[in-house]
Design a protein around this ligand. Structure first.
Ligand code: ADP
Ligand code: ZN
Ligand code: ZN
Length: 675
């Protein structure tokens, strides 16, 4: 054990350096401790770092070692559990420790303190925790909820629990009860509740606040203004907040007395980070619980196949809530065969009639389509021209609201040309359906119905989502049209019909996870219906009604679906049976990106590890914002072998072997979700 007063401090910073950097650690009284944040000089600039160890000796020349410039002793040091956790995450996802640890600090701590730092800190400490409205008592739990909550409360040590309950079965009540019991039993304990998106479920926030009146709770997510985020982070770090409700980034929150972790809707793809360190907050939550020896609850109506297979092997304990908590009936899933029913602007007559009937009865309907805009592409009938984004290898969608073409990937926009740019034909057509067109169609075929569209375009303003959802709750909306955003946890009371307009897009996708996503999307959106006991219908328009996925959906049979998918994955040697990683390269030409990957593969094969390196191929989106992208899949028989191979291989790639050609950038993604 190195003495705390050893002369050197090992510091990690938010830069791509492999090892912690050595500094001289004068200033014990100012807080030169392991876990402390500090300011160090690096080259010519100052940066924030975290001291991860003290050391007696160094191999560096004494005169080369700079002293730490300033210890941020005003902030209590980060706990060694937190350091160990961020270090694990960094190693697992093959990133430098500092780029995980320092990057997880709040805005307040990301840059060296300016002159007003102390007063900012004081303000943050004063203001983090919201007052609570009137408390609301818990409902009486049913027998299944009771035994699920007991399983959490009576577990000891590391206990991963998979709570599989249909939507509306009362999973949230189980989380809240478990948290409540924990806080009552241990006056200092902290609980972390992760949700996919906070903005989409304002009800959950108010439900928690009402339930835990008097208990300090904070929210942590990326949409918070930076002052609020810093204040919330500090409250968690200093143990003042007892409940943290957060999105994926909150898995890295500093919680010195964390005793319970909950991951709600654990199957949701938004737990996977899309850039930077591509971590899975769900997987890290389980790891964090394991390192701390505490329970972690993963809840979903449609668990990820990864979690389901672990539960089937007995590695997670499975808790079931097989029925809805209230009177609500399960919805009836019906298929509309597109080979028999013609589409008029994306809508079949049976779906139109069902919508009309629902509105006439004074009930509400949801219509789901996973494309925003008016139409995905504009076409010229005369010469076959299609509206493409000039920067990306995708079509540019037509948005009628501003009469422009939009690229949903790079943000490019341009007015729709009056005539075809290649043949000058003036007859251009918007092809296919998006939310805007569906809204227009519904308005035309259901005169008098109050229709509201919710997608990323209608909810850009802060508060717009809340306002829109409020009109649905107030009963001022008959039909809600929208993207994925309408499928998440809202608790709409009078919805009795759900229409799914273009399920087939996902059915015929090249991604092996597409069926899993489609199944869970349909069940989730179906779960919005019938909450208040109204008999409810889910109508799915499809050209492939015989597809086995639909048979399972009609039986609302998640378990049967999961079994057959897992059998297919096992037979084909795919995750979760075979761990994967993905090396991606970006360059000014596709050839350069592919060439880099090919030489990286040569380096990898020379290591003679038990890893399979597949052929480099262009990415599904092969050009994005003028940059060409290619990828290479890596597999190994076991996770440990994959980890060992990646460590050695990436060390060589970082050292410039092979030399990346002019401006090739590369990234590694462990457990990629989209291939
Ligand atoms: P889930 O998280 O599984 O979708 P919720 O916990 O949100 O389910 O519960 C769905 C609805 O049922 C909520 O309105 C909730 O208040 C209600 N509810 C949950 N458990 C009970 C119960 N034991 N008794 C009565 N109502 C309940
Ligand atoms: Zn043309
Ligand atoms: Zn683009």
């Amino acid at each position: 054990m190195t003495p705390a007063r050893a002369p050197y401090a090992e510091i990690v910073v938010d830069l791509p350096v492999g090892q912690p950097l050595t500094y001289r650690a004068d200033g014990e009284r100012e807080g030169a401790l392991v876990g402390a944040c500090c300011v160090v000089q690096l080259g010519r600039r100052d940066t924030v770092g975290i001291c991860v160890a003290r050391s007696e000796a160094t191999s560096l020349a004494e005169q080369k070692i700079r002293p730490v410039k300033r210890w941020l002793g005003e902030i209590p040091p980060l706990h060694e559990d937190w350091l160990a956790f961020t270090r694990f995450a960094a190693e697992y996802y093959q990133h430098p420790w500092g780029q995980v640890a320092v990057a997880a600090l709040p805005p307040l701590l990301r840059t060296p303190p300016g002159p007003r730092w102390a007063s900012t800190l004081k303000r943050h400490r004063a203001g983090a925790i919201d007052p609570v409205p009137e408390p609301v008592g818990p409902p009486v739990l049913n027998a299944e909820q009771q035994s699920a909550a007991d399983a959490v409360s009576t577990s000891s040590g590391f206990a991963p629990l998979l709570l599989h309950g249909v939507t509306g079965s009362g999973k949230t009540e189980v989380y809240l009860t478990a948290i409540e019991r924990l806080l009552a039993a241990d006056p200092q304990a902290q609980a972390l509740l992760l949700v996919p998106e906070i903005g989409l479920t304002p009800q959950l926030q108010s439900r928690l606040r009402a339930r835990f009146a008097g208990q300090p709770m904070v929210c942590l997510h990326s949409a918070l203004p930076s002052a609020e985020r810093s204040a919330a982070w500090l409250a968690a770090h200093e143990g003042r907040a007892r409940i943290v409700l957060g999105t994926r980034l909150a898995v890295f929150a500093s919680l010195p007395r964390l005793r319970l972790l909950v991951v709600d809707e654990e199957h949701d793809p938004s737990y996977k980070a899309g850039d930077g360190v591509r971590y899975s907050a769900r997987d890290l939550a389980v790891k964090r619980a394991q390192m701390l020896g505490i329970p972690v609850v993963l809840g979903s109506a449609t668990p990820s196949l990864e979690s389901w297979s672990l539960a089937s092997q007995g590695r997670y304990r499975l808790l079931r809530l097989p029925r809805r908590a209230t009177e609500a009936a399960q919805p009836n899933v019906e298929l509309i065969d597109l080979r028999q029913h013609e589409l008029a602007n994306g809508l079949t007559e049976p779906l139109r009639a069902a919508l009309e009937e629902t509105v006439a009865k004074g009930e509400q309907a949801l219509v789901f389509i996973n494309r925003r805009g008016y139409a995905p592409v504009v076409a010229c009938d005369a010469c076959g021209w299609l509206s493409a984004c000039p920067n990306c290898a995708v079509f540019a969608a037509f948005h009628k609201t501003d009469g422009a073409l939009h690229c949903h990937h790079c943000g490019w926009r341009s007015r729709v040309p009056r005539a075809c740019p290649t043949c000058n034909n003036q007859n251009l057509h918007a092809v296919g359906q998006g939310t805007q067109r569906l809204e227009e169609t519904l308005t035309a075929v259901l005169p008098g119905a109050r229709i509201l569209r919710i997608d990323r375009d209608t909810t850009r303003r802060r508060g717009a989502t809340d306002a829109a959802l409020a009109t649905v709750h107030a009963g001022d909306t008959d039909i809600l049209v929208g993207t994925q955003m309408i499928t998440k946890g809202h608790d709409f009371q009078r919805v009795s019909l759900v229409g799914i307009v273009n399920a087939d897009v996902q059915l015929v996708s090249h991604d092996f996870r597409a069926p899993e996503r489609l199944f869970s999307t349909v069940l989730q959106v179906a779960g919005r219906a019938g909450r208040s006991g109204l008999p409810s219908r889910v109508l799915v328009q499809t050209r492939y009604p015989e597809h086995p996925l639909f048979a399972a959906l009609q039986r609302l049979d998640y378990e049967g679906f999961a079994r057959s998918q897992l059998a297919e994955r096992q037979a084909a040697g795919m995750p979760p049976y075979v761990p994967q990683a993905l090396l991606t390269a970006q360059a000014k030409s596709l050839e350069a990106a592919l060439a880099f990957l090919a030489s990286a593969r040569t380096v990898g094969r020379a290591l003679h590890a038990q890893a399979t390196l597949y052929d480099p191929v262009p990415m599904p989106l092969a050009r994005l914002a003028q940059v060409f992208r290619a990828q290479m899949l890596i597999e190994a028989p076991r996770r440990s072998l994959l980890q060992a191979f990646l460590r050695e291989w990436l060390a060589r790639l970082r050292d410039g072997e092979p030399l990346p050609g002019p401006r090739v950038r590369w990234q590694i993604e462990v457990d990629p979700q989209e291939i």
